[in-house]
Design a protein around this ligand. Structure first.
Ligand code: CUV
Ligand code: SF4
Length: 629
């Protein structure tokens, strides 16, 4: 830890709440993610390049990237196969994570349709009806329940292998569907593609790196146009389709005299009933009895994004804030579901009065209290969890409470429905603004924090440079939280944008950086891109669009990047993926793919340079469409 003690917190995060809490961690001697990254140095050079394999017990094997040592694993696999297999498995892990989340939502939706849950209902009947009609499910003269049961059945099928393609693939522009068919990458079943990837990457199955990578695209498409999209759409139906809402963000959302409960992870199905439970007068009374002013719920990571988008619940922070949030000494409970929850949170919580409450049977945390989620008793479980948070308030040590900073305002809630609604129900005004050059294009800035990058610097800098140059920015996940903390997500932030984007935002009263939700909600960006392409009668790859994941860390982010590129949108990564040990794989992803799917990956760690690269890409797409320079 010694070198960490000397590192300037301003090189670790640009967010002042994080910088202050890093000092607190040091003074208290509590280890953080940054300390552990330091302790791992130097990280394995073989793994960094992707040329290590432990897929079988003849290994583990490594290929010498300098050519002197072995060039093949024991089975005979060279660097290209090893790198491609590793990447394929990473995509499958990310895609499986999103899709399993989607299935969990679908199961609760199905149980709700059958009247077997408490605390759940169909909130957006209009969206249910639209979705059913889209999928050819009869809606006339039928009850909401009947339609919901059929919709659930239909989407359950998407997880298996009963049809030639997934339900939502038809939402993509026709030329894109035809391209996927020609390439043989149209996803068939959500589970199937993931399982097939595990099969292909077993020793001695798919030994052609290009063939593996094509299936990698298919696997990712089963996430983007499958599992994740199901998660988004059904969450909207059950919890409400987001519409613009004002809230606040950063650790200042924790309130000194209140019971503070943070909801962390990714799945809204339990957190949504917890929000209902926190309004229970009996629990609020109990909090007051213990001397608190009330119950304050805040979000972390993507569960937080789900709640912020739909209910305006304040957002305590993104990925790298999870340990620091506990160190405020003001957090009674951290309720976790799954994904991106560091195992270290229970270690940090042990130093405070914070109770960590795990809720998913598939995601257990030694040291946490486990309250098993059961949608049949949703509300009751929600109350139990909130009550544990309330009771923990009695153990709070007021002398250890250090809440840094005042919260910053943020506007969220930009579902596709909300964006089209603001535009008068059609993408036409946005397409016109892009066509005449007031808005040059749009970029999805998405993904995580990674301690290898100064926290939020990549997200905030890239976004700032893009909006300054009249490029509309759509954000999800931790990128959204980063931009929110930096004050770039309120309508007044239009003044940071170039003249064309600024005028458009001011006319509509919206920020130049639109919060579109959690990581599964990147599918909203796909749906919007498809709507723009259809309106212009072109493919998505022809639009002046790009994706960026400046601070990505997770396998899910790799799956997202892959489906975005496979959908025709070039994507810039801020952290090297472990592929550089294979010239063939690197060449395909960063150049060859352009000829195959009309998009590719680029890697650029410096967000200033990434902004230039993206602007050039967007101007190139505009020129090809004959739009004014
Ligand atoms: Ni899903 S995947 S760190 S919380 S965005 Fe945040 Fe978002 Fe990455 Fe995780
Ligand atoms: Fe080594 Fe081949 Fe086994 Fe991988 S699959 S561990 S390269 S023998």
């Amino acid at each position: 830890m010694s070198t960490m003690q000397r590192r300037d917190p301003r090189t670790m995060s640009i967010a002042s709440d994080a910088q202050q809490m890093i000092e607190v961690a040091r003074s208290e001697g509590i280890e953080t993610v940054w300390d552990r990254l330091e302790a791992q140095q130097p990280q394995c050079g073989f793994c960094v390049l992707g040329v290590s394999c432990r897929n079988c017990a003849m290994g583990p094997c490594r290929v010498d990237p300098f050519g002197a040592g072995p060039q093949k694993g024991v089975c005979g696999a060279g660097a290209d196969v090893i790198v491609a297999r590793n990447l394929g498995r990473t995509i499958a892990a990310g895609s499986s994570s999103h899709s399993d989340h989607g299935r969990d939502i679908l199961e609760v939706f199905a149980a709700t349709a059958h009247g077997e849950t408490t605390g759940y209902r169909i909130q957006d009947v209009g969206k249910l009806t639209r979705l059913a009609a889209e999928l050819g499910i009869p809606t006339e003269d039928r009850t909401t329940t009947q339609v919901a049961v059929d919709l659930a059945d239909r989407l359950m099928d998407d997880f298996g292998t009963r049809r030639a393609s997934l339900s939502f693939v038809e939402r993509s522009p026709k030329p894109r569907q035809e391209l996927w068919d020609r390439l043989g990458v149209t996803p068939r079943g959500i589970d199937r593609e993931n399982v097939e990837m595990l099969h292909r990457t077993h020793m001695g199955v798919d030994n052609d790196p290009v063939n593996i990578l094509l299936h990698g695209l298919r696997t990712s498409l089963a996430d983007g146009w499958g599992g994740s999209m199901i998660a988004t759409e059904l969450s909207d139906i059950m919890f409400g389709t987001p519409s613009p809402v004002m809230s606040t963000v950063n650790l200042g959302t924790l309130k000194p005299g209140w019971v503070n409960i943070a909801l962390h992870g990714h799945n809204p199905m339990l957190s949504d009933v917890i929000v209902q439970a926190a309004e229970d007068p009996a629990l609020v009374d109990r909090a007051r009895e213990l001397g608190a002013e009330g119950i304050n719920l805040v979000g972390l990571c993507c569960t937080g994004n789900e709640l912020l988008m739909r209910r305006g619940v304040p957002m305590a922070g993104n990925h790298l804030m999870q340990e620091l949030a506990i160190m405020t000494g003001a957090l009674e409970a951290m309720v976790v579901d799954y994904q991106c929850i560091m195992p270290s949170v229970t270690d940090v919580a042990r130093c405070y009065h914070t109770v960590v409450i795990s809720t998913a049977d598939k995601a257990r945390f030694p040291g946490a209290v486990h309250v098993s989620f059961d949608p049949g008793r949703g509300l009751e479980i929600g109350r139990d969890i909130v009550s544990r948070g309330v009771e923990a308030f009695a153990n709070r040590n007021p002398d250890r409470v250090r809440i840094p900073d005042e919260p910053v305002e943020i506007m969220a809630g930009f579902s596709v429905e909300a964006i089209l609604g603001a535009l008068g129900g059609t993408p036409a005004p946005l397409v016109e603004a892009i066509a005449d050059g007031r808005i040059r294009g749009a970029v999805g800035v998405v993904g995580c924090n990674n301690p290898k990058i100064t926290q939020d610097y990549g997200h905030v800098t890239l976004t700032r440079r893009l909006i300054e140059n009249d490029i509309l920015v759509l954000v999800t996940g931790c990128a959204a939280v980063a931009n929110g903390k930096a004050g770039q997500m309120v309508p007044a932030a239009a003044s940071l944008a170039g003249p064309g984007l600024r005028a458009t935002c001011e006319a509509l009263g919206i920020p130049p950086v639109l919060h579109m939700g959690s990581c599964v909600d990147n599918t909203r960006i796909l749906v919007l891109a498809a709507a723009l392409a259809d309106h212009l009668g072109v493919d998505m790859s022809q639009l002046p669009l790009a994706g960026a994941a400046p601070e990505w860390y997770s396998e899910k982010a790799v799956a997202i990047g892959a489906y975005v590129v496979a959908s025709g949108i070039t994507t810039v990564l801020g952290v090297d993926p472990p592929i550089l040990g294979s010239a063939a794989v690197t060449g395909l992803l960063t150049s060859g793919l352009d000829d195959v799917v009309g998009a590719k990956f680029a890697v650029e760690a410096d967000p200033e340079k990434a902004a230039v690269l993206i602007r050039r890409h967007i101007e190139g797409k505009r020129a090809a469409l004959g739009l004014p320079a």
